[in-house]
Structure formats: C-alpha cells, structure tokens
Design a protein around this ligand. Sequence first.
Ligand code: R5P
Length: 311
Amino acid sequence: MASSLRLVAGTAHPDLARAVGALLDGEGAHAAVERFPDGELRPAVDVGPGDDVYVLQPTGPPVHDHLVELLLLLDACRRAGAGRLTAVVPYVAYARQDRRTARGEGIGLRVVVDGLVAAGAQRLVVVDPHAPGFEAASSVPVVSLTALGALAGAVVDLARPGVVVAPDLGAVKLAERLAAPERLPVAVVRKTRVSGSRVTADELVGEVAGRRAVIVDDMIATGATIEAAVALLGRHGAAPHPVVAATHGLFVGPALARLSSLDLGRLVVTDTLPPAGPAGALEVCSVAPLLADALGRLHRDEPLGDLDSFG
Ligand code: R5P
C-alpha cells in the first residue's frame, strides 16, 4: 500500500469531490487552477512524494476545458512525485467514439485514454462507461464501477407488472442487470441515430403491453433516445408514465424541457456530472458512496467485490 491517500479535485464537480472526500479517511489535497486571460489553465497541487493520489474529474461540458485540466492535474501530480496515480473519471467524454463508424474517422476514446496515460495516470476509475470495450482502449488497468445499485434503489418501487427497456442495443447489458434481481422481463429498442440530436426508434423486441417500463441507459445527452423510446413504447401499449434511469445526466441544450414533455413517472440520474438545471422532476442519486468505497479499497489493495461491473 502506498503512503497516504490524497484526493485531488479538479474544478469540474466540486460537490462530488467534497462528498467523496468527506466519506474517505484520507486527506484531500489542495489543487489551485489558475486560468490565464488567453484561456490556458495552470493547475498546482500540494501532493507529496510517495502519496497514493486520486485525481477526480468528470469530463462533461465544457468537455475540452475539463479534459485538459485533468491532463494538467495528472502531470502536476506525477511531477510532484505521486507514488501511485489514479485518474477517477466518473463520466468519460468521447466514450461513444470507441470505434470508427465511417471511413475517415478517428477513434476519440483511444486518443483521450492515451492522453490520460501519457499525462501520468497509472490506473483509471470510471463509472458505467459507454462501451463494454472501454478497457481494451487502455494500456493501464481500468476499474469500471457500476451505479446500477444506486439506480436500482431509486426505481424498485415500480408498479408491477413492469418491464425494463434498453432504448438501444448498447444498453441491453444494463437493462439485463437492472432486471435480474427483480426477475423483470427485458425489452429492447432498435434505434438509428440520424444526427447528434435526432434518432429514430425503429423496432421493439419484447412484450410491453400493459406493463410500466423502466428505461435504462448509460447517459442522456439531448434526450432524443429517450423521447423516441417513450413514443415507441406508447405505440406498443405500454402503461403510461414510464420511469427513466440513466447513470450520466448530461442534459445538453433543451434536453430537460424535451423530457419534461414526456409525462414520465420518474427521471432518475446519478451525480457523476453536476446538475444540469433546477431539480424539478429530476431525481439524483449520488455515486459518492460508491466512489469513496472503491477508492478506499483500491488504496488498501483490497478486492472491489460487487462494486465493479463484473460483480
Ligand atoms: C448511445 O448509444 C448512448 O447510450 C445514449 O443512448 C445516447 O448517447 C443518448 O444520447 P441522446 O440523449 O442525445 O439521445
């Protein structure tokens, strides 16, 4: 076990950093991030030689500011002599660009992960990454935590008969895992993405008539995926007021307004990202206990048990 646990927080999500820090026995480390008039960032950390350092920074909007700040914080910690350096990135930007979908594209996720490793990260901690292949993009170990436990707790009061719905093929694994403990059936939407903010829900596989749906996804960005799934479920006779649960609530642009027009029963996300707007109908369950538990165990070199997505 490296010496003291030090949690270094970037500026992306101070509330989450405070909540995780309060639950950890280790010391927080001060990080000052100066911004120059031209937009450059200059972080400085008070990490000591040999410290077991965890740099916490989700990379939600503004994505590039938060990403570059994370890279610079990692580099600062490495140069300060951190004994072990872990990037804790609850939400990883570019995770959806995990493969090429057309000729001429790059693989954004690979560039981001390589950047984190080049800046000094010896290990990554992420929460419900978009692609199951996330780990394969990394040359350093990835600890992939899941917030499904927190989300499940928030949706267990679902009126039966229920059905858990994956709003696209990528969410099938999440849906199966959410459904399993309650032995709920799973339905899957076949989705086509038309543009960044438009999708079509083309087909539904599974029985939803008369059932109240819990739609589960890794993230909500524009809300297009949820909107299309809700409409398709309605056409297939699902009960009104579906519940929506997602790990990462980006809610870009008018997403919250778009979702509030859907007459949802509940809309539940975690706090891997800062709140995108006023609380309203949005329910937020915290991943701070999950992160604190995981970082404590990693620091003590203990097994993660059911905290990671293999549990
Ligand atoms: C895509 O594969 C993801 O799992 C989400 O379904 C998607 O990113 C949500 O984006 P939006 O809310 O813009 O439809």
